[in-house]
Design a protein around this ligand. Sequence first.
Ligand code: GUN
Length: 284
Amino acid sequence: MTTIIDGKALGLKIRGKIAEEVAEVSRKVGRKPGLAVVLVGEDPASQVYVNMKEKACLEAGFNSSVYRLSQSTTTDELLNLIDELNKNDGIDGILVQLPLPEQIDEKEVLYSIDPKKDVDGFHPFNVGLLNIGEDTLFPCTPYGVMKIFEEYGIELSGKNAVVIGRSNIVGKPMASLLLRGNATVTICHSRTKDIASICKNADIIVAAVGIPQFVTADFVKDGAVVIDVGINRVDGKLVGDVNYSDVFDKCSYITPVPGGVGPMTIAMLMFNTLKSFKTRTHQY
Ligand code: GUN
């Protein structure tokens, strides 16, 4: 029997609980949590994501400010905006939507965000805290995957987990969070030899490689948990990094695309923004 993980329902449940807590804490503090989202340029996928983030903010009872900047924005212009947002006490979270246009120094921009407002968890200070096992703001997508494991009672301790992909946004923080959950973690990437045979030993596979339908039935051990982080557009249709119909019967749990990990990313962005708000207003 394969259980299809309903990330849409779980994401909405988490967002509902956040909205309740936001109402309560906002009353105490005398203001709402504020999230600033910065979008540079006209990347169509980024525009869709930013609109979804704005809608989720308003539903959760946050103040949302979206800064839409032109494709030709310079690094200095963006740094000036971030400096203003860092200093603005009503802003608890700052998210700069990636990718940025190529003239912009992405590292300089991400590193200029106040780590306490870094709701993406991309600042090296927060990356460091994640890796030494401290509590901090964790990157939303891998954190959402951890919430799935928790909600569905998927045990990590002592399990073999394979993460395919080593990006700073998903693969590396995912591996770090799995390790914190006491899994034995292997990271596969573009130079890894025979990824299929490594995956074949895995109790848990997290695919974050960005190649449509990369994971096929020969990668999957009977009873494995398969988490698909991929969002690829093929012939106008969204497909994941997993060949869903091919692997389905072998899995104990599987995430669909869409409706699996994607909605969890937004829910965890709301979670991080509320967390930052509570930390900054001493509500713990
Ligand atoms: N682009 C794709 N995923 C993400 C994300 O999690 N955060 C930001 N800021 N940009 C992204």
